[in-house]
Design a protein around this ligand. Structure first.
Ligand code: SF4
Ligand code: SF4
Length: 277
């Protein structure tokens, strides 16, 4: 039976314990979080004026890496596959404008918060304090940045997850009849999962990385190290573009979408050669 437990949750990260989910499925969801879940990001920039020290290309690249709020954009903008080619249909792009001037006698820093949305106030930078460029006296930049939905497998700027990892859940058993409390395992444990405290060996499985260092140094072979079958920890950290729980839900939806695509293609191929399922 499948069950899910929230082990940790913050504004930007979530850790789930998945039980009864085969490793291949859990890994597909982990990968989809990085590569398949769409977000909105700046894809091209029209420069009206740029007399700063940075080239158009560098500014465009820096703008592309600014995370934009994507929660509502997922429902309101066309999917990445609909927006390819030189003449994409309406509903693909959101525009943001940036205009800034240098000032006499001081350097002006232009931040992500200086990007102004044109028609859609919900597509704005997640953070307003990312420096984009600096302007000296009599320097000026004026541009239109156009953002669209995309996927992380096309470019990392569209990936909503900065971290998406799956890990085993350790099981540590110390055989009391063999343990001499020499403390060697605790000294060699890099993550402090083992600690000698008040004459006892205390075990914190949550910290264990299954590196096996303790097993190697324990001469009486008092430690049995294993991991739980069909139980995994999925940790997702968001760039801020989407809430972490939304990333996980969309990862499942995107994995299902890919499987349905595969199913449709199989149906087409089989029917073209006269094979019925
Ligand atoms: S190294 Fe082995 S014997 Fe020594 S404290 Fe650890 S478990 Fe016990
Ligand atoms: S396997 Fe590594 S991390 Fe886990 S308890 Fe042993 S030494 Fe520590």
């Amino acid at each position: 039976m499948v069950s899910v437990e929230v082990a940790e949750r913050g504004d930007l990260e979530i850790t789930l314990v998945l039980r009864g989910v085969p490793l291949e499925y859990a890994n597909a969801i982990r990968r989809a979080a990085m590569e398949e879940v769409p977000t909105i990001a700046i894809d091209y920039v029209v420069f009206y004026e740029n007399t700063s020290a940075l080239s158009d290309e560098i500014i465009a690249h820096r703008l592309a890496m600014v995370p934009l709020k994507s929660d509502s954009a997922l429902e309101r903008y066309r999917q990445p596959e609909d927006c390819r080619g030189d003449s994409p249909p309406d509903g693909c792009y959101a525009s943001l404008y940036l205009e800034a001037d240098g000032e006499p006698g001081r350097e002006v820093t232009v931040y992500s918060g200086d990007l102004r949305p044109q028609e859609d106030p919900e597509v704005v930078p997640v953070y307003s304090d990312i420096p984009i460029l600096k302007l000296g006296p009599r320097q000026r930049v004026s541009l239109e940045a156009r953002a669209r939905l995309g996927r992380g497998r096309e470019h990392i700027k569209w990936s909503p997850a900065v971290v998406s990892v799956l890990s085993y859940i350790p099981k540590i058993k110390v055989l009391a009849e063999r343990c001499t409390l020499c403390g060697l395992c605790a000294e060699n444990c890099p993550s402090k999962a083992l600690v000698i405290e008040s004459g006892r060996l205390r075990v914190d499985e949550d910290r264990c990385t299954l590196c096996r260092q303790c097993v190697k140094v324990c001469e009486p072979e008092a430690i049995e190290l294993d991991w739980r079958r069909d139980e995994y920890k999925l940790r997702v950290e968001s760039s801020g573009a989407l809430r972490p729980e939304r990333i996980v839900l969309e990862s499942v939806a995107q994995t299902k979408r890919k499987l349905l695509e595969l199913r449709r293609e199989l149906d087409r191929v089989f029917s073209s050669v006269g094979v019925s399922a």
